[in-house]
Write a new protein. Structure first.
Length: 85
């Protein structure tokens, strides 16, 4: 499955607000997307709670995976963005 590895851009990491923004974008896309940290199990990126279980802090590399190229680019950009602002 196509994937991209990006560093978390939010200063607080993938916690409540950034996780919710990402999960909403995945839900709108209508396609399955997973997120994973190195040596970790992938989680459903459509769930803010599951995203938060990654424990990804700012700068942590996260693997975004989905079959849809447009969604892959969009979710990867959100993970890399500072969503705290």
């Amino acid at each position: 499955m196509p994937n991209k590895t990006v560093a978390v851009g939010s200063s607080i990491g993938l916690h409540a607000r950034p996780a919710a923004v990402i999960a909403d974008a995945v839900a709108e896309s209508g396609v399955p997307v997973t997120l994973a940290v190195a040596d970790g199990e992938p989680v459903d990126a459509g769930s803010a709670l599951l995203i938060m279980t990654l424990g990804a802090t700012q700068g942590t590399e996260v693997i975004v995976e989905t079959e849809d190229a447009e969604t892959l680019d969009k979710v990867a950009a959100l993970v890399a963005a500072n969503l705290d602002a």
